[in-house]
Design a protein around this ligand. Sequence first.
Ligand code: CA
Length: 150
Amino acid sequence: MRVLLVEDDNLIGTMVRLNLEQDGYSVDWQRSGEAALQTLRGGRFDCMLLDIGLPGMSGIDVAKQARKLGVGTPILMLTARDETDSKVQALDYGADDYLCKPFEMKELLARVRAHIRRSQGSLEVPTDQELKIGLATVNMERRALTTVDG
Ligand code: CA
């Protein structure tokens, strides 16, 4: 699992990266919005942790740009600003969730897991169900494919 961390604060960035790595994630840490967008263009990530208060481009602008580029990665905003306005803006411009600083590392890790699970869950089908794809039906339990003409 790859996580893109965008955070200009050294202490918070170090803590978050350390905890994510301990949980088995590979972490790409960028300190500015511009660098984050560059990184997003070059690779696929399972989750993005995005600080709102960045030097230059704000985290909200990064989320907006990322969605414009068609990036579907779950975005979890990290914000020091406990203001309703910036949270609403972040969510409106493409963030999936936010966490206010100071946050508990346990909560951050749980949210990362939840977002990755949800974003990948759409590909999973319960094994006792049949999946219809166009004119074909797939029985997941029997691993059988039936077309409309048999
Ligand atoms: Ca910051």
